[in-house]
Design a protein around this ligand. Structure first.
Ligand SMILES: C[S@@+](CC[C@H](N)C(=O)[O-])C[C@H]1O[C@@H](n2cnc3c(N)ncnc32)[C@H](O)[C@@H]1O
Length: 485
């Protein structure tokens, strides 16, 4: 990892969550690197549950628990500097510690992400007590991963007393921003949303792993039936509630080593992202532009919905991200995708497509705050100034992308943010300046595909507490027929 590069491709301090949308960002191209998600190992939580159910504790010698606390402390020491996304820090650490086994990686990643999720509350706890605060954070993170008996073997008697004390404290009396561990500026914004408390709680709960079948190569029921009789059965795969292509599994299996993944029959993708492609509703033979294609998460489903016909441009300013999409495109069997690395403004290839596309998707670079279940560090890495910068970028991209839509064609603006300033307010400002576009009802478009999502108004607004997906927003706009390009 170069010291100047962040996951979102920006330099130095991250400005945006560029690719947060798919359960994986970094999650195929999962949301988070495999190692960081602990995918290579057993499911730590499931395994812990089994131990607990048997009334056993995992007998690890002192040296093992002490070493693990130190490992988590080291990773936290780097991650809490906020120079890089947490998953990049973990990947880097794992590369430097190649002897760390699969279970080690899973436990370290889980403890680190737990700390990032509850950082503000844990920091209050860590203030009480002596010694390294980062070590105490590591202990709190591991307390969510290990049985207490195991953890105690790595602690001295003062630490044990401290842990007894902080674990006995009730969070009920704490201010909401501390209780749910969010910065004040974010708490203020989220407070303006309906049911803020339940949203905050859901954003702090780790997400399940969502997969998507490739409709060109697989059929969901057949795949689920095959898995029910195979080694995959332990992951309790089941259909997602809304997406006709989605499969939800419990735990973190090494999906990218499964035959179905290698054959291009499945991808990792949050159900919300899948619904977004359904909303674009591309048809066979059309010309479609995925304007911010990134590593191709949505492009893949769009291409499959077009049955690999027509032309699907995958644009992005980041050639590196498009390069990461190429193996996914190859696995998928799609032959209608044309990846193009474009310039940020005034790109000649974009200009040549003025007024020509049936559908244009803008999956905008955004704060990614709808994906906090998977990327809890984003709430500490974003700030009001970075949001202001993002808003300008989003508005500029929307304007440029809109010019490519043909009269009678559709423009879909989407983000994996839950903040109105990146969503509804962007769309309203765009519509105010572009009277040739009008808003369509997202729920009705999904209903045409037999996807029934309860929505309040014309937008697709998904929330983890209501829909069980990451937080997503999308607006569908249609360009009036007969309007000049
Ligand atoms: C949210 S991510 C896209 C995720 C992707 N659609 C997926 O499903 O995997 C936003 C993307 O916008 C790209 N981007 C940023 N500025 C852009 C611009 N001016 N034009 C096109 N793409 C841009 C970023 O490089 C990033 O890959």
């Amino acid at each position: 990892m170069s010291r100047n590069d962040t996951r979102d491709g920006s330099r130095s301090r991250p400005r945006a969550r560029m690719d947060a949308a798919d359960g994986g960002r970094r999650s195929g191209s999962p949301d988070r690197p495999r190692a960081a998600r602990g995918e290579e190992g057993r499911d730590v939580r499931a395994s812990r549950g089994k131990d607990a159910a048997r009334g056993q504790t995992t007998a690890r010698p002192y040296v093992m628990a002490a070493a693990r606390i130190e490992q988590v402390r080291q990773v936290l020491g780097e991650a809490l500097q906020w120079k890089y996304p947490a998953d990049a820090v973990l990947s880097h650490w794992f590369r430097a510690h190649a002897n760390a086994g699969m279970r080690d990686r899973g436990e370290i990643a889980e403890a680190v992400f737990d700390v990032l999720r509850h950082l503000r509350r844990y920091r209050q706890f860590a203030e009480i007590g002596a010694g390294s605060g980062t070590r105490r954070l590591a202990v709190l993170g591991l307390a969510s991963v290990w049985p207490r008996e195991t953890l105690d073997t790595g602690l001295d008697e003062h630490e044990r007393a401290w842990l007894d004390h902080v674990l006995s404290l009730s969070a009920a009396g704490l201010p909401r921003a501390v209780r749910h561990s969010v910065p004040d500026w974010l708490d203020e914004r989220l407070a303006a949303l309906p049911d803020a408390e339940s949203l905050l709680q859901a954003l702090n709960t780790p997400a399940p792993l969502d997969l998507r079948i490739n409709p060109l190569k697989a059929e969901r029921d057949a795949l689920l039936a095959a898995w029910a009789d195979g080694p995959e059965a332990r992951w309790a795969a089941r259909p997602t509630p809304y997406s006709p292509w989605g499969i939800r599994i419990q735990g973190r299996p090494p999906v990218n080593r499964w035959g179905a993944f290698e054959r291009g029959e499945i991808e990792v993708q949050d159900e919300g992202s899948q619904l977004l492609a359904a909303l674009v509703a591309p048809r066979r033979g059309e010309m479609v532009i995925d304007y911010c294609a990134g590593a191709g998460g949505k492009t893949l489903l769009l291409g499959a919905l077009m049955r690999s016909t027509g032309r699907l441009y995958a644009f992005d300013v980041s050639a590196a991200r498009l390069a990461r999409a190429k193996p996914r495109f190859a696995r998928s069997g799609l032959s209608n995708i044309v990846p193009v690395a474009i310039a940020e403004r005034n790109d000649q290839r974009v200009k040549r497509l003025r007024g020509k596309a049936h559908r244009v998707l803008v999956d905008a670079p955004c704060s990614g705050l709808g994906t906090l279940r998977r990327n809890p560090d984003l709430k500490w890495r974003q700030h009001p100034e970075s949001l202001a910068q993002l808003r300008q970028t989003q508005a500029a991209i929307l304007r440029d992308a809109a010019a490519c839509v043909m009269p009678g064609g559709r423009l879909v603006y989407a983000s994996c943010s839950i903040l109105p300033e990146e969503n509804e307010l962007q769309v309203e400002a765009f519509l105010a300046g572009h009277p040739e576009f009008s808003l369509l009802d997202a729920g009705a478009i999904l209903a045409d595909r037999d996807i029934r999502v309860s929505l309040d108004g014309p937008y697709l607004r998904l929330r983890p507490d209501v829909h069980g997906t990451d937080g997503f927003f999308a607006a569908v706009m249609e360009r009036a027929k007969g309007t000049p390009e």
